[in-house]
Design a protein around this ligand. Sequence first.
Ligand SMILES: [Zn+2]
Length: 320
Amino acid sequence: MSRVLSAPLQVAFPYTRSLGPVLGAFMTGLREGRVLGARLSDGRVVVPPVEFDPATHEAIDAASLVEVGTEGTVQTWSWVSEPVAGQPLDRPFAFALVTLDGADAPLLHAVAADGPEAMSTGMRVRVVWAESPEGSITDIAHFVPADSATPTDSRASAGGEPVTGIVVPVELDYTYEASPEESAFFRGLAEGKVLGQRCPKCGKVYVPPRSACPVDGVATTDEVELADTGTVTTFCVVNVPFLGQKIQPPYVSAYVLLDGADIAFLHLIQGIPADQVRMGMRVRAVWKPRDEWGTTIENIQHFEPTGEPDADYESYRAHL
Ligand SMILES: [Zn+2]
């Protein structure tokens, strides 16, 4: 058995961004198959358009954007031999800075080419439009070498309201590796036990264990089995829906100070209306059916009131 546990984790959410007049006009143009740039006070045209002139700091007028060509010249490039999820192409491609005809500054985008030997600085490329434009930089699906047989435009111009915002998926995949002490905690949960560790110097019990006492800076070596009952110290009522939410709001996330522990940990409170949860409320863990247990805190579905009288504030005030 490996000394430590590890698990894949994914953090993901859709990031909604309002665009403002200049970038809104740029995205609306892309949806119509047109690439727009801003003309600066020094006469240069930049794509994508900037919102403020870098020299005068004047706001750029969205109505003054100029259309540039859909062909251009590669200024520099980098070959991506192993694309990852979310990149413009799912086969090897080049990221390139492309200066479109009529522009004076390059745009970063993808070039579909047969291999790095097919790429060169100074090569001519042209836009391949996405099949379903939506007012996004991905309406330019990618670029191809200008002499490629790939059709440039396979879509009709799309009408509709001006584009005012975009939704960008943000995603982070990683592997979490638990410390040896945390691994013991998770293995304990798989047997229905809540394991903490005690500091040999100050005697405080930490759960989940942190490997060392943050007060004394010494390793915590003494394992302690805790009760699965405790006291709500602080809590919040979650009213805001979000992606991946498993419980219908409103519901309560609370810090629960397990009996015998010196630090509270976060879990859900159920079995009581959200507006009746209070500091000092006595709660117990509600475990999933035993055959569903794994090395996860989710073995405890939530905490629910025990019905005991509330704990005296003095009993937990040092643990807030
Ligand atoms: Zn200590």
